[in-house]
Design a protein around this ligand. Structure first.
Ligand code: PLP
Length: 264
């Protein structure tokens, strides 16, 4: 007699591959594995990347993105979706069209540039991401640079973060999570919800420089927790605790910035 384990919740990442294994699809799948969900991927672009930065990237054809998505969603199903690097206007539009009737919550990490300053989204695609993808997002998770690009608001303190979060929510996502990790002093992130309720998440700043993949990991961890049934504020709290531990154990690889550690 054979026994079958119950299937874990399924989570889909729509993002770019990082050949160095620290960010993108690779970080997403590691976070999902660590949090107990079944990770699946729609690859949008392939980067040649290491601890020193992104040496190049190549987009997949829109048709390949659509086909991967249909294969996964039509047969296996999803309980949450996360988007990351989308590279071009055409791919942002393609993914927005696919997610317009997504059967599950959608976490949009509006990836613009890497920590090394390498562009992962064409400059002319920011407007498309704003007008097409944000309206289909359950939650958007920009850092301070990205929220400024999307809303035009400059953020230099916590009062500005609240204004920027409101401006971001006006662009469509039900929830806005502004990652204030680049502000001086304490790291404070702000989650603003549909009823206007604000949740602050505070943590002491970590000095570890090996933080490659932090944003991808956070968005994937949130998607995993949503698939496990958490309401958004709790999903964010648990995902932040996961990322904080992963950053604490980030390690040196190559001669530049190493990745966060998913096995802690
Ligand atoms: N590479 C890919 C494919 C990504 O999606 C991202 C971020 O989303 C990065 C690199 C950048 O990672 P980081 O800024 O943490 O170095």
């Amino acid at each position: 007699m054979s026994t079958f384990a119950a299937a874990p919740p399924r989570v889909l990442t729509v993002a770019g591959s990082d050949s160095g294994g620290g960010a993108g699809i690779q970080a997403d799948l590691k976070a999902m594995l660590a949090l107990g969900v079944h990770g699946m991927s729609v690859i949008t672009a392939v980067t040649a990347q290491n601890s020193l930065g992104v040496q190049g990237y190549w987009e997949l054809p829109a048709e390949a993105v659509r086909a991967q998505y249909r294969s996964v969603v039509d047969d296996i199903g999803v309980q949450a979706v996360k988007t990351g690097m989308l590279a071009s206007v055409e791919l942002v539009e393609t993914v927005a069209d696919l997610l317009a009737d997504a059967p599950a919550p959608v976490v949009v990490d509006p990836v613009g540039v890497s920590k090394h300053g390498d562009a992962l989204l064409a400059a002319n695609a920011v407007a498309t991401l704003r007008s097409r993808l944000l309206p289909v997002a359950t939650l958007a998770t920009p850092n301070l640079h990205e929220v400024t690009q999307l809303t035009g608001r400059t953020v230099t303190g916590e009062a500005d973060m609240l204004d920027a979060a409101k401006a971001l929510r006006d662009l469509g996502p039900d929830w806005a999570l502004i990652k204030g990790g680049h502000l001086d002093g304490e790291a404070a992130d702000l989650l603003l919800g549909p009823d206007g309720e604000a949740h602050w998440y505070r943590a002491p700043r970590r000095d570890n420089r090996h933080t490659h993949g932090t944003g991808c990991t956070l968005a994937s961890a949130i998607a995993a927790q949503l698939a496990l049934g958490d309401p958004v504020p709790q999903a964010v709290a648990r995902a932040k605790a996961y990322v904080t531990g992963a950053i604490a154990l980030g390690f040196a690889l190559g001669s530049g910035i190493g990745p966060v550690d998913h096995f802690w």
